[in-house]
Design a protein around this ligand. Sequence first.
Ligand code: ARG
Length: 467
Amino acid sequence: MAAENSSSNKLWGGRFTQKTATSVEDFTASVHYDRRLYRHDIEGSRAHAEMLADNGLLSEEELAAIVAGLAEIEAEIEAGTFTFQKSLEDIHMNIENALIARIGPAGAKLHSARSRNDQISLDLRLYLREQCDDIVALLVNLRRVLARLARGHLGVIMPGYTHLQRAQPVLLSHHLLAWSQMFTRDGDRLRDCRVRINQCPLGSAALAGSGLPIDREQVARRLEFGEITANSMDSAADRDFAIEFVSCCALIMTHLSRCAEELILWASSEFDFIEISDRFCTGSSIMPQKKNPDIAELVRGKSGRVIGSLMSLLVLVKGLPFTYNRDLQEDKEQVFDAVDTVRACLSIVAELLAEVSFKKKRLARAAGSGWLTATDLADYLVLKEVPFREAHGIVGRIVAHCVERSCELTDMELADLRNFSPLIDKDVFEILTVEGSVDSRISAGGTSLARVSEALAREEQALGMTS
Ligand code: ARG
């Protein structure tokens, strides 16, 4: 094999008389990160070679040599014995160069009707297709944890919040299933995004397509793509499949960050709703009493990285003239970082949640103070044909009265309540309890035990958790 740093080392050596400056090799190389795509690159090359052979562009012997050579290279990369050369820039040229060094002229035929422009798009699509599937599985795993918690705590009441002010009592299970809804949509979005990823660009070559007798459909079928890309120029220029994927990741991270924020609040002594297990907390190096929710904080913090990657990609692409520009090489690190971050966060949040313990008494006490059933009282008056706005005013005055006397609605005497509205009877005390309030929320999607039980059963069914 030619020595590193010599122009003859390059697969395009012909036009050049001087070797590339070492500083340029350092500056342009991507193989230290795009080597992650080796499996996809080799898989794509295999499919491409088979198609070339079927269309008379490679002999059966040449194809056999290519397939065997690629298998050896793959095994070496997997064993960690393959020498990557930064002078060969990227994963594509490292593999192709190694193949030529190994099998000679047959290897030099592999790049017929192909360019690195369609090759990198192919590799990235193959990689992201897998990542969609893996991340969907991680989302399902997280939803299973939430469904188990919801099942284990069915009936536990907590305050529901708006503006971070106690608003109305809800079931804890309802809250957990609300989180699940976000992750269900995230999975749907990834599946949808996968449809656009799952288009085969190979054969678009540099930008204009190929003059050689190739069969793009065959390659697409062989690699299990849904279809081929429609326009060779778009194939070389397009990165929106990657941007869309990272935007799905950014939204997952945004959702995880909201959960993390609530876990942090709930673990504080101000809320004191949960205990995060020791295994998922860290201590302070100076304050011996501290037990900090660092995992949740890091998840919240890491959302910034992925949102940042999305912004980087959008800015990266926005000013690019058609078709390929080397700028596009900058996409990989953002995509890989988004993948690694979202995977790590989905896994650790699922682990942490599985070991959270909820303080039922604290939750119930919090739900029982702060006039959380005021809306129920207004609804009670509505059922007695008081217009809602008027009922709202009456109950507002009752709450003001409670505030003044530092008491809860349930502490009021019937006679006092009747001073505000003679329509109030003693049956009012049933609806003023938090249990009564929760039970009354029977509208579709509401927090009554009946509705939440149905929702949980549906979720368990969707997740294959029913026995
Ligand atoms: N390493 C390149 C990238 O990531 C592969 C495509 C290079 N194509 C080219 N014409 N220089 O974008």
